[in-house]
Design a protein around this ligand. Structure first.
Ligand SMILES: NCC[C@H](CC(=O)O)[C@@H](CN)CCC(=O)O
Ligand SMILES: [Zn+2]
Length: 329
């Protein structure tokens, strides 16, 4: 019998257990908070499929973020949602001066000077067809889509975004964005967080309610990855690394931790983000509300699993809850 196979000697004391849990702590900079912003500055809209998550107008968003920043919120990921502005084939209002993200950026930068502000870049909340790219007779026109995505990203940077996060999954949009930023001398003041490894998932349902971004026809399987494809996953990450992404992401989270580990092992020098998406949020919340488990135990264990898989930053709608827990110690 080997003396090496005695594990209880590493577990009998809480600090020994902590020492054996390397790099899984959650600090403020490991959490990014996704927020939805609408055109009417004084609106606060309930999202039935995402209890405690709201669509905020700018004034309400400021009210909501102020106490969170005070207790340690370090970064947000902003999604525009339009009700009044028209949607069209190319998502014109994704970067119009009436776009709620464009209007909010300079004000949020001034209100919260230390807050890191990321903007999701996609067409789906702004297109009449609800797809993440420009649709023509034979489907997505990739080249036109990435030119449009790059222009939108540039506008968000121009108005103050620290990070642009293209969630469209078009091929070569990272190169298009990086190139556009370089051509406009803006590349030094913006980080590109690529939704590099994003799967065609059923876990996005509640978000599509929240962002009113469900495709009118068809689905996104032609440009979001097949859930079973480990090969396409690592190829997608490699494509974006080659094109100049500053940070990588796997999405959704809980069902794709093996992919996180693959990507982190392949590209350890890149910050690894994970998106705990709307369906994961709803699953945990409704499960806890149904009394199936204690939310703090399950959510903490889920966050630890993400950090153990190699994640550096977790995008989560639970950010306010997590910050409260951290404040209470
Ligand atoms: N740009 C696509 C939106 C996308 C998924 C989708 O609806 O296909 C995500 C936002 N980046 C959904 C996120 C979520 O479900 O919380
Ligand atoms: Zn999209």
């Amino acid at each position: 019998m080997s003396a090496k196979n005695k594990l209880h000697s590493s577990q009998f004391h809480p600090i020994l257990r902590k020492i054996n849990e390397q790099n899984v702590d959650i600090s403020f900079h490991n959490i990014m908070y996704p927020v939805f912003i609408v055109e009417d500055d004084n609106q606060q809209q309930v999202i039935p499929s995402m209890p405690s998550v709201y669509r905020f107008g700018l004034n309400k968003l400021i009210d909501h973020l102020t106490p969170l920043v005070e207790i340690g919120l370090k970064s947000i990921l902003m999604f525009g949602v339009i009700d009044i502005l028209p949607k069209d084939e190319i998502g014109t209002n994704a970067d119009s001066n009436k776009n709620p993200v464009i209007r909010a950026l300079p004000i949020l930068r001034q209100k919260f000077p230390d807050l890191l502000i990321a903007c999701d870049v996609c067409l789906c909340p702004y297109t009449s067809h609800g797809h993440c790219g420009i649709i023509e007779e034979d489907g997505i026109n990739n080249e036109k889509s990435i030119e449009r995505i790059a222009n939108i990203a540039l506008e968000y940077v121009r108005h103050g975004a620290h990070i642009v996060a293209p969630s469209d999954m078009m091929d070569n949009r990272i190169f298009a964005i990086k190139n556009k930023l370089i051509q406009n001398g803006m590349e030094k003041r913006c980080s590109v967080l690529s939704y590099s490894v994003k799967f065609a998932s059923g876990f996005y349902g509640p978000f599509r309610d929240a962002a009113k971004s469900t495709p009118q026809q068809g689905d996104r399987k032609g440009y979001q990855l097949p859930p079973g494809s480990r090969g396409l996953a690592i190829r997608a990450a490699r494509r974006d690394v080659d094109e100049g992404a500053d940070m990588l992401m796997v999405k959704p989270g809980i069902a794709y931790l093996d992919i996180v580990r693959d990507v982190k092992n392949e590209f350890p020098e890149y910050p690894m983000f994970i998106y705990q998406v709307s369906g994961e949020y709803a699953m945990i919340l409704h499960g806890a509300k149904a009394g199936a488990f204690d939310i703090k135990n399950i959510l903490s264990e889920t966050l630890i699993s993400m950090r153990r898989a190699g994640v550096d930053c977790i995008i989560t709608y639970f950010a306010p809850t997590i910050l409260e827990w951290m404040k209470d110690g």
